[in-house]
Design a protein around this ligand. Sequence first.
Ligand SMILES: [Zn+2]
Length: 68
Amino acid sequence: MSAVAVQLDPQLLEILACPCPEHAPLKAGTASDPRADYLTCTSCGRSFPVREGIPVLLLDEAVEPTDG
Ligand SMILES: [Zn+2]
C-alpha cells in the first residue's frame, strides 16, 4: 500500500507536465520525501508545490534539485 500526501486525480497527473523544456511528466512528492506536497519532474528534478490541491507549475516557484 502506498500513501501519498498529494491527493491528485491520476488522470490529472497524467496530463500535467513540467514547464521545463523537456515537458516531462511529474510524479507525486519529492525525491527525498515521496509524501511531500510537491510534484517532481522526472526529467529536470525540480519540485513544484501543491497548494490546497492545486499544483503550482511555475519555474519561479520550483524547488531546484539539491543533489550535487
Ligand atoms: Zn522538468
